[in-house]
Design a binder for this molecule. Sequence first.
Ligand code: TXA
Ligand code: MG
Length: 321
Amino acid sequence: MAEKGRIVPATEEYIREASRIILSGGLVAFPTETVYGLGANALDGGAVSRIFAAKGRPQDNPLIVHVSGAEQATEYAVVSKCARKLMESFWPGPLTVVLYSKGPVPDVTRAGLDTVALRAPRHPVALSLIEESGVPIAAPSANRSGRPSPTSAVAVADDLGCAVDLIIDGGPSSVGLESTVVDATRDRAVILRPGGVTREMLESVVGLSGGCSEIAHRSPGTRHRHYAPDIPLFLWDGADHAPFLEVSGLKWCYMGTKEPPEDTGAPYREVIFGSLGEYASGLFARLREFEASGAEMIIAQIPWDDGIGLAIRNRLERAAE
Ligand code: TXA
Ligand code: MG
């Protein structure tokens, strides 16, 4: 038997091997434009259960089902007018659409909900794997539950290693934050998780309603602890006064688009991003790098909530909880 947790290059041959693993009920980690996913055949309840076990993921948190496009989506969901417009505008891409489920996606994939989350990723390796397998692929982010999402094959191996049958290396993820999750069961879409497709982009295509509590309970993932590094993370809003820096006396790492306040002394490591896009794509990798550096705490600048800033803010706030 082949060794588990192997990192292999994204060649046609390995994509074929990965699809055989998927069809025989195994687990394959693969690159997408957002983050790496931990994939299994979405229609095979036993295989999907293995994803939950490998991640230590709570059973009540449903998985995203990855498809090749809108046509395949119609096999598993009732595609609303709103969803149709979203798919036409943003698929393949970092947008997940939650719709009423129909057809063969089993309960365990949906965590028993009457809805299913669908996404067509904008990554050639992910799309080839879906097409080669001929089945939709259920895939959460390929991290241990609660940890920062992986944006490289090595980060997957660090978190999951032998729990995965094969890890396909497609280089660093370009977006770096997970997809935007949108409830599109009704006329107006509701953002359940901000991500790579921004609120402004969604608004240019469909009507949006603000999160009312009746809908909010339908994104089960938002109940659980998430994205947290192993050392404390503090958020800085960019104001001149940053009290935690004066008292800390600890080795601290810093990241943001702005220099940290001058009176705080030198950080142990510092990353200044050139743009919010760079911040998004570097955020999870830097959290992992900082925690492994021997530093005692991390300070991250929290951006305003326009554009991709909303998703960065969301991940940082939840990681610091
Ligand atoms: O970018 C991404 O979305 C990555 C890549 C691999 O595609 N996947 C990802 O999966 O981030 P995961 O499992 O880490 O996050 C999926 C989110 C969770 O918050 C989950 O609760 C929500 O989507 N979700 C899944 N199915 C849902 C449903 N039927 N209704 C509401 N929320 C759902
Ligand atoms: Mg995740």
